[in-house]
Design a protein around this ligand. Structure first.
Ligand code: HEM
Length: 451
């Protein structure tokens, strides 16, 4: 018997008018794209306002991300949607400012530090299981994984749980921010002409200001604790006390607020999305679910060493990141004119990298739309992992939290499946749509039963 494929959004018809495209785009960037992008090496979008190129060939992706990242800086258009919230955070800056920020931030996420961060992560995973024990039955799992991933960030960054009054407020304000920010993807991928007014809904700005004020409070308190010598040894303290090896400077409070905002946004939305899809896939493929649950017995050992035993869980999580990459597309800008695949790419062209399409590319992957965690042990899987798998991006601008997320995801997945059996709940399968991250249109509903 062939197994059902995991949900994939329908592609749009091959030809549509510009306005229809923009309309589709506002609803969801995934279903706004034509099916040919799953086979193309490169595609051009030419409209009266802009020229964009989607780059889908492994060699070209490598040029943009790994070989010449300075010639393809982050597109300034992305910043338009996120600036009210993120200010000058490492996610948005380019050039020297960005390099300095990475020099200060990266040491906090180095492999060795993960072991120190682990107890806080594990505590958040245990708290998530306890919360689910109270819910049981029919559960909208994205809501739960968001809660869990936000808890991980607050515990690892500031040594406070999500129940902390300020943490809780940041979390709920972020949810409102996301709902009030529908133009984000539109502005990023389909650059609007300069003369067009940027529409932020009133609520968007207000929410961004409120979130930043709350984060500033946490950051100021931490700065005081560092000065008094009473600060806990967590990620915030590590980042705020690390000196730039080149200039000797540290982040001041204002700079730190920008970074905390992006850690929270990049670190919780993404992990929450991946975890929710992973749990849904486990409900769809119970054989794999049982394998993860059996392996999860290793977590009786509470030390960091147990993580290395979660091999199936890691393969399942990786396969989830392939099928539902939380960041479905990234945008860069050509700093100088280029020739790619015999086409002229003008200076200023928007270069779109699409993990969503690359991860399901029909000319690269065997069984591209199928769910098969064992693929990572095959020749094709290994080759594609090197050439066509970029859920965390790649090169100098690779996600700072990649190692962190690859511990957190499999850990929480295993902890939940060790305690519960999950079954798809609703008649309707979830439909992937891309807002800030790849989410399901009407949530992901699961039945949870205690093991
Ligand atoms: C499954 C989880 C995650 C996924 C799939 C993910 C994915 C990504 C991707 C694709 C980028 C590059 C975006 C671009 O270049 O446009 C990125 C950047 C970033 N991520 Fe993650 N991320 C995850 C978790 C985290 C976590 C847990 C943290 C921190 C605690 C984090 C912090 C960051 C930061 C600071 C950047 C900006 C790096 C830079 O531009 O130099 N991420 N992430």
């Amino acid at each position: 018997m062939t197994q059902a494929l995991p949900p994939k959004p329908p592609a749009r018809p091959a030809r549509v008018s510009l306005w229809r495209y923009v309309k589709l785009f506002r609803q969801d960037i995934l279903s706004a794209q034509p099916a040919r992008l799953y086979r193309a090496w490169m595609a051009e979008f030419r409209t009266p306002f802009f020229r964009s190129f989607l780059v889908n060939q492994p060699e070209l992706v490598k040029v943009l991300l790994k070989e010449r990242p300075d010639d393809f800086p982050k597109s300034g258009r992305i910043a338009e949607g996120l600036k009210p919230l993120l200010g000058n955070s490492v996610f948005l800056t380019n050039g020297e400012a960005w390099k300095r920020q990475r020099r200060i931030i990266d040491p906090a996420f180095e492999g060795g530090r993960l072991k120190d961060t682990y107890p806080a992560m594990r505590a958040a995973a245990e708290a998530a299981v306890e919360r689910l024990k109270e819910r049981q039955g029919l559960v909208e799992i994205e809501e739960e994984t968001s809660h869990a991933a936000a808890d991980v960030i607050f515990r690892t960054l500031f040594s406070i749980p999500i129940e902390h009054q300020v943490a809780g407020q940041v979390f709920s304000r972020f949810r409102d921010y996301q709902r009030s920010q529908p133009l984000l993807n539109l502005a990023a991928f389909v650059p609007l002409p300069r003369w067009m007014p940027r529409l932020f809904r009133r609520g968007t700005r207000r929410n961004a200001e409120a979130i930043r004020a709350l984060i500033a409070q946490l950051t100021r308190e931490r700065m005081d604790a560092i000065k008094e010598g009473t600060a806990p040894d967590d990620l915030a303290t590590k980042i705020m006390t690390t000196r730039d090896p080149e200039t000797g400077s540290t982040f001041d409070t204002a700079e730190m607020v920008d970074q905390v905002a992006i850690f929270f946004l990049a670190g919780h939305e993404t992990s929450a999305s991946a975890l929710a899809w992973a749990l849904y896939l486990m409900a769809l493929y119970p054989d794999w679910q049982e394998k993860v649950a059996a392996e999860a017995e290793a977590l009786a050992d509470e030390s960091f060493a147990a993580v290395s035993k979660l091999k199936v869980s890691r393969d399942v999580f990786r396969e989830t990141l392939r099928l539902y990459p939380p960041v479905p597309m990234m945008v860069r800008e050509a700093a100088c004119p280029e020739q790619f695949r015999n086409r002229d790419v003008p200076k200023g062209a928007q270069m779109v990298l699409s993990p969503w399409h690359l991860h399901r590319h029909e000319r690269l992957w065997e069984n591209p739309d199928g769910f098969d965690p064992s693929r990572w042990q095959t020749e094709n899987g290994k080759q594609c992992q090197r050439d066509a798998f970029i859920p965390f991006s790649a090169g100098a601008r690779v996600c700072t939290g990649a190692g962190f997320a690859m511990v957190e995801g499999p850990l929480i997945l295993s902890m939940i499946l060790r305690a519960f059996r999950v079954v798809p709940a609703a008649e309707q399968a979830p439909v992937p749509v891309a807002h800030l991250t790849v989410r399901s249109k009407n949530g992901i509903w699961l039945q949870l039963a205690r093991r």
